[in-house]
Design a protein around this ligand. Structure first.
Ligand SMILES: C[S@@+](CC[C@H](N)C(=O)[O-])C[C@H]1O[C@@H](n2cnc3c(N)ncnc32)[C@H](O)[C@@H]1O
Length: 410
């Protein structure tokens, strides 16, 4: 599909390297997805950067920023595209809707569905639509439909779909996605749940959805009618020493009071639960988000940690518990469990009048985590009575999402 001149030998070698790296990272798991990463010339879809950068496995290429410099459109990192396509299990002949267009991912999908399939990619931003349409045409994928619209409404003119792949962070499932999905269809969506984003592979299950496959990811925020911004409450702002709380809509905190207690007395509580350094504890974070009412995320810069303002740092946020008195809170912390630092222990640091209770509650939630457990996510129509649901319930406009941990009950 692509001229030999444009797709130079150098880029072919870079693609081969990328495929090897994606395999080593565990993002590529099947030969059809591996083959399409080998086939589609990624560099043609990111002419803004040199080829070597285009083929970096972990790097998204930002293609548009808003007035504040926040990324609003990008061609996602190849690693994320690879595992989402594996989650989607796209086969020849399928009709696929991609929500959020960059061009490249739609081309990968077009290769997966082949000549008998159909791909529609939809974006809310006319500039992005124009860019994707132009690049897809130039790279030989002019048969991909590129549509301007709000992803929350899906693409009724091209429905029904076997697969819907959402590539902007959603805070809930849009009813149009389920309505436009075939009975055995699948939706892969980066879903934000209590501040944590996971790419979730939902299989249709009657009038709802069920998922057991989810992966950590990060995406630009959904715009349009499905946009649900989080609030950032600033707790400390002194040059590069910054601490804040990221709150989902509906969660309230007395910002003045919490700010005041951050510099006051503190209490620590340690759990006895340890992990080796660099081992992911993403499932612990999801467990805490589902186990704690009053869960928020504390964001902090490394400088804030280094100067003793807080004991943990993360731009994305560490698990925090807002205590019932509205003036106390605790956040997740780590300390070496032995001299050699072969293991780290999880604990909690609390502040405020109920610092001890908040820290103990967070440490106790860590102790109740089963590292072997994986969550099951289900989406039920909003009319489903609570008695029929189990696990942590996150209510959206059209769906009630439940997150349960089956192995925990055994
Ligand atoms: C990460 S980019 C898409 C990446 C792309 N799939 C690729 O090839 O890597 C996310 C896109 O979602 C788009 N977007 C955000 N909200 C949207 C909405 N409500 N409907 C459609 N597109 C939306 C943004 O304009 C942005 O271009």
């Amino acid at each position: 599909m692509v001229s030999v001149a444009a797709d130079s030998a150098k880029c072919g070698a870079l693609r081969e390297e990328l495929v090897g790296e994606l395999r080593d990272l565990g993002a590529l798991r099947s030969s059809p997805v591996e083959d399409v990463f080998r086939a589609v010339p990624r560099h043609l879809f990111v002419p803004e950067v040199p080829a070597a950068e285009a083929y970096a496995a972990e790097q998204a290429v930002v293609t548009k920023r808003d007035d504040l410099g926040v990324a609003v459109s990008s061609v996602s990192a190849a690693r994320i595209q690879a595992f989402m396509l594996e989650q989607a299990d796209i086969r020849p002949g399928m009709r696929v809707l991609e929500i959020g267009s960059g061009g490249y991912n739609a081309a990968l999908i077009a290769e997966l569905v082949g000549g008998s399939g159909e791909v529609t990619t939809l974006d809310i931003d006319p500039e992005v639509v124009g860019r994707a349409r132009g690049l897809l045409g130039m790279a030989g994928y002019g048969h991909v439909r590129v549509v301007l619209g709000d992803g929350a409404l899906g693409a009724p003119d091209s429905a029904p779909f076997d697969r819907i792949v959402v590539t902007a962070e959603a805070s809930e499932i849009a009813p149009a996605w389920v309505e436009q999905l075939r009975p055995d269809g699948r939706i892969v969506v980066p879903l934000r749940m209590r501040g944590l984003t996971r790419s979730v592979a939902f299989q249709r299950d009657g009038d709802g959805l069920v998922a057991e496959d989810y992966e950590v990811c990060g995406f630009v925020a959904m715009q349009g009618s499905g946009a649900r911004a989080q609030r950032l409450v600033v707790l400390h702002d002194d040059g590069d020493r910054q601490v804040g709380l990221r709150l989902e809509p509906g969660l309230r905190v007395d910002a003045e009071q919490v700010r005041a207690v951050l510099s006051g007395d503190r209490a620590e509580s340690w759990s006895g639960v340890t992990l080796p350094p660099r081992e992911s504890y993403a499932d612990l974070e999801l467990w805490l988000a589902t186990a704690l009412d009053g869960h928020a995320l504390m964001t902090a810069t490394r400088q804030a940690r280094d100067h003793g303002v807080v004991d943990a740092w993360s731009r994305g946020g560490v698990a925090a518990l807002l205590d019932i008195d509205g003036r106390s809170f605790a956040y997740l912390a780590l300390r070496p469990a032995d001299h050699e630092r072969t293991e780290y222990e999880f604990g909690a640091v609390g502040h405020g009048p109920r610092a001890r209770q908040a820290a103990d509650a967070l440490a106790s939630a860590v102790r109740s985590w089963d590292p072997a457990a994986r969550a099951v996510l289900r989406a039920y129509p909003a009319s489903t009575p609570t008695e029929q649901l189990s696990g942590c319930i996150l209510d959206g406009t059209a769906y009630r999402l439940t997150i349960s941990w089956p192995a925990q009950r055994s």
